[in-house]
Design a protein around this ligand. Sequence first.
Ligand SMILES: Cc1cc2nc3c(=O)[nH]c(=O)nc-3n(C[C@H](O)[C@H](O)[C@H](O)COP(=O)(O)OP(=O)(O)OC[C@H]3O[C@@H](n4cnc5c(N)ncnc54)[C@H](O)[C@@H]3O)c2cc1C
Length: 436
Amino acid sequence: MDTAIFHKDFKARPFWWEDYTPQALPEIALPKDISVAIVGAGYTGLSAALELARQGVEVLVLDAAEPGFGASTRNGGMVSGGVNVGKRYMSKPMTADQAAPFLNDAADAFTHIENLIARERIECGWHKRGYFLGAWCQSHFDDMAKKVALLNAEAHSDSYIVPREAQRAEIGSDYYFGGMVVGRAAHLQPALYYKALLGLALKAGVSIASHTEVTGLSQNADSSWVLTTPRGVARAGEVVIATNGYTGGVTPQLRRRVVPVGSYIIATEELPADLAASLSPRNRSFADTRRVLTYYRMSPDGKRLIFGGRAKFGHTDPVTTAPLLYQFMIDRFPQLKGTKITHSWTGNVAFTLDELPHMGKFDGLHYALGCNGSGVAMMSYLGHQTALKILGKVNRVCAYDQSEFPSHPLYTGSTWFLPLIGYWFRTRDWVDRLWN
Ligand SMILES: Cc1cc2nc3c(=O)[nH]c(=O)nc-3n(C[C@H](O)[C@H](O)[C@H](O)COP(=O)(O)OP(=O)(O)OC[C@H]3O[C@@H](n4cnc5c(N)ncnc54)[C@H](O)[C@@H]3O)c2cc1C
């Protein structure tokens, strides 16, 4: 391993935790009777809890670890309305008519988080500076050009194509075959957004039990639920499963519908000002159309590059993956050679078999799951939508609230096959780049 890339103060933990580290809350007695219990205290769980509590519903949120320990304080902080769903449309399994309702709701997800941050005056380094999606090969660029009109019409994404010869205005790199700008996109400091959501939920009266893993769920004859934990039991009228990439054996029917995949990020040391400014001249965030995805943006103060990607498809430690991510970074920005990295970390995202996020009700349990790697806006929105559904206050059914949540007979939760998929994706990427 190339240890020369590590800064002397290197930490194998999220850079975001320098501002806010998830911490256990004061211990509470588990209520014996509560209207709604929510399993998982990430963006999804807290967004649902916040809306319910503000509407006068008694809510208990339980988390197996410190609230925020999951993906919600570990992510890249890139906020896009609809691009994830747009990606599925771009890879052709959906027609434009099929994609439209999903894109509409994805646009609403962006509106939801933007309004929340403005209304609650959340200080979380929100920069609405757009997003540049780099084309990995010529055919990906040609495909993008065909989809811009739909993204603008249905996701209000303010998108436009950037030919290769003009991409230096967007990114300090010649790596891509051009790309697409999505104007309606932002980046934020994910742990500070989380901290604010947590504060709002507590202020609204939500009870939160840290280090309280739900190990059993059973339904009574009156359809209420008993939640078993190592700290005792709680009884609730309704239960929401908000465990995303950490969904475990307590909900086997949901675990077999989401595939947890590790995503990895590194943060560079502070860069010289002119070098930092040249990487993202418009302070955009970035991702590419490669199957082995990379995503990156500057830190909120503009001094560091935060660079993420699927360095490995299996679950491994972030020190081992750091040199791989570093190489991906240097491929795109050779001018960063020699830069040290100060942080490297990982977290789980949840993929679904149809590549769409899902909310709904299964075996009597509400759920909102399956961010597919893009959940800062979407999972906040689906948590909120789930609360509205429980409250009976939805004006229209959310597009992601579908009765069908696909599973595969050979998948029950063991992800032994992920390294094989990684190998296949890398080969396909290589062939695409070589032949297109
Ligand atoms: C490295 C990384 C980078 C990412 N980058 C981006 C990005 O740039 N933009 C974007 O939009 N999205 C990104 N995402 C995705 C985004 O972070 C997630 O979609 C979002 O945080 C999911 O929130 P959540 O509340 O559903 O789940 P989480 O925040 O993961 O919370 C789930 C919680 O459930 C708890 N739990 C699980 N089982 C139990 C149980 N039995 N009992 C009690 N508690 C339980 C866990 O402890 C965990 O705290 C990224 C994710 C990762 C990991």
